[in-house]
Design a protein around this ligand. Structure first.
Ligand SMILES: [Zn+2]
Length: 318
């Protein structure tokens, strides 16, 4: 009993000593540096609110500096290596039909993907962000929208029939910001979709898989030395769906899944066929289905015969 009491006493003393010492030290510090004392008054929650407010007024300020609508492609120094968080996204359209790829086309660079949509189809914002530009360009984008996202990317939506947002408006991923159309330099209604980082156009197929209506991965790492190879690879894997052979249901997103059975031919047939791996498929079963040997599949894809395939994986078969 006595022992217990003593322990209690000791702990009270200890507690006092522990709590008293730091506050005494803080008082000393504060006396030496009045700035510290002032800083202590600011509620940490207030500071956080201020940061959030700044971020909302000027998304990705670290990369872009100011937020203004002066230039469509605002070129700012791009880091050699930067990781972008692509989560919390929304596909801009349920259309699975890519009608034109990123890259060289008709003697000029095509800086985005063309996705088949019909006039009046909803076009949705890819991530949370702030609308930077809502404008019309008769010889190019037509009616278009530029959104700067908090993750550092900018997206551009072109050839719209209607723009439903205004400059400076904060938007959420999935919010309908415009309607599909055929305005500007466009033959046939479609969405011209661009993803840009510090003004540099990035092949959207590196980030978005329209055919499977998903992002390619949760994070996209921009690496100056690798970006061209990544772009070519993305086009090879997620490029054109046939030669305009698409159904209205596919465009409207009314089909539950991409037709996994059909090989997607990209460019000329000599460039090879691609197989989307389904659940339960093995190298053997795919080899049988495609009429090639397992050894050939391994050679084309850099596999060993024991390589385990994952559903959704894309492999070459010719
Ligand atoms: Zn285009």
């Amino acid at each position: 009993m006595r022992l217990e009491k003593n322990i209690k006493k000791i702990s009270v003393v200890l507690l006092f000593a522990l709590s008293a010492a730091p506050s005494f030290a803080q008082d000393l510090l504060a006396r030496q540096a009045p700035v510290d004392r002032r800083a202590k008054v600011v509620d940490p929650i207030e500071l956080q609110d201020l940061k959030v407010k700044e971020e909302h007024e000027n998304p990705a300020a670290d990369l872009y500096g100011d937020f203004d609508n002066k230039y469509v492609h605002k070129a700012t120094p791009i880091p050699n290596h930067i990781k972008i968080d692509c989560r919390h996204f929304c596909m801009p359209t349920p259309s699975r039909v890519v009608t034109s790829n990123f890259g060289y086309r008709w003697g000029r660079q095509h800086k985005g993907l063309d996705i088949k949509v019909y006039i009046g189809d909803s076009i949705r914002c890819a991530w949370d962000g702030k609308v930077r530009i809502v404008r019309y360009e008769g010889a190019g984008y037509g009616k278009y929208i530029v959104v700067r996202h908090y993750n550092g990317l900018e997206t551009i939506y072109g050839h719209l029939s209607a723009q439903l947002v205004h400059e400076g408006q904060e938007v959420k991923a999935g919010e309908v910001i415009g309607l599909g159309g055929n305005t500007g330099r466009s033959t046939g209604s479609h969405l011209h979709f661009e993803t840009r980082l510090c003004g540099v156009a990035i092949n959207p197929a590196i980030i978005f898989d329209f055919r499977h209506q998903d992002i390619v991965s949760n994070f996209f790492t921009y690496d100056e030395d690798k970006i061209d190879d990544m772009s070519a690879e993305a086009t090879r894997l997620r490029g054109k769906v046939g030669n305009g052979g698409y159904s209205r249901a596919e465009v409207r997103g009314e089909v539950a899944e991409a037709k996994e059975d059909e090989p997607i031919m990209i460019g000329t047939p000599s460039e090879g066929g691609i197989h989307f791996v389904k659940r339960g498929e093995t190298l053997e079963s795919i080899a049988r289905k495609r009429g090639v040997s397992v050894a050939r599949l391994c050679q084309l894809n850099g596999f060993s015969k024991d390589t385990k395939l994952k559903p959704g994986q894309v492999i070459k078969f010719s």
